[in-house]
Design a protein around this ligand. Sequence first.
Ligand SMILES: [Fe+2]
Length: 150
Amino acid sequence: MSPLLSSLLFVFILPLYSSSCFSSSTDVILPPLPYNYSALEPVISEKIMILHHTKHHQAYVTNYNKARKSLEDALQLNDLPTIESLQGAIRFNLGGHLNHDFFWKVLTPEKQAVPLPADSELLTKINCQWGNLENFKKEFNKRALAIQVF
Ligand SMILES: [Fe+2]
């Protein structure tokens, strides 16, 4: 893909990903969490949620918007070296924004969790692989705890 085509993709197509995450311009905005910072305790602490939302996610949003604006300026000037130099920052920061946005949406406080429907494809596959949901949870937790973070 040419740098120009790639730039156009980043500036005009990817912001269409989620209208709830974008203001009236093409800037991305920090979406509010769908629950309180402490809602996932004791699994994820309030302190960690605040850090990831207000620091990590906000930094991705701020830096993506800054890079996107620079890219728009460079596109106006047809400044190909600058356009190409901004690709990494745009990819990294938009990726960080989208990953965090996805992260917030897939987590749910336990009291709001909805059980898998008995006839769901996912539950069928879990039962096939691990016998039942409880066995899957035990194995998942065992394997997750074995992961070493360096
Ligand atoms: Fe984070």
